[in-house]
Design a protein around this ligand. Structure first.
Ligand code: ZN
Length: 161
């Protein structure tokens, strides 16, 4: 288990487009595990490659339905609409209103490079949209309606260096 440093808004790596993963090497497996560890440690529900400085198409999500690892994810279907608050581990202490589909269907690969289809509603759908946007260099703050507001977390620990 290893916690990786989360890149913050303003870091140019967060604006870059990620490359596909061709093969799940031991290094990619380790990355996926580290990303889950880092996400849980930070109290988030999702994390994408660029947020830990890796420009590869990989994201992890756990909205309370267990951990998912997405390799080369593509949203193939979406429907409905939800409007709600969103935040990002790379933009700590902030949240803003973002419009997202209520339902999303994703095709991706798992850690055995087997194709998987994952469907999600509500928060899960929102998390998939958010995390996969990261893989194309986009942050949710580009989509916020009405500006960002401050939020406070229970485990408010200053980790500025
Ligand atoms: Zn994010």
């Amino acid at each position: 288990m290893a916690i990786r440093e989360i890149r913050m808004e303003g870091d140019p790596i967060l604006a870059k487009k990620c490359r596909k993963i061709e093969e799940v090497t031991p290094r990619i497996r380790e990355l996926a595990q580290d990303m889950l560890d880092t996400m849980y440690e930070a109290g988030g529900v999702g994390l994408a490659g660029p947020q830990v400085g890796v420009l590869r198409r990989i994201a992890v999500i756990d909205v309370g339905e267990g951990p998912y690892v997405f390799i080369n994810p593509v949203i193939v279907e979406k429907s409905g609409e939800q409007v709600g608050d969103e935040g990002c581990l790379s933009v700590p202490g902030k949240a803003g209103t973002v419009r997202r589909p209520e339902y999303v269907k994703t095709e991706a690969f798992d850690l055995d490079m087997k194709p998987v289809t994952v469907e999600g509603h509500g928060l899960f759908a929102r998390a998939m949209c958010h995390e996969f946007d990261h893989l194309d260099g986009h942050l949710y703050i580009e989509k916020v309606e009405g500006g960002l507001h401050n939020v406070t977390y229970d485990n408010e620990e200053e980790e500025e260096d």
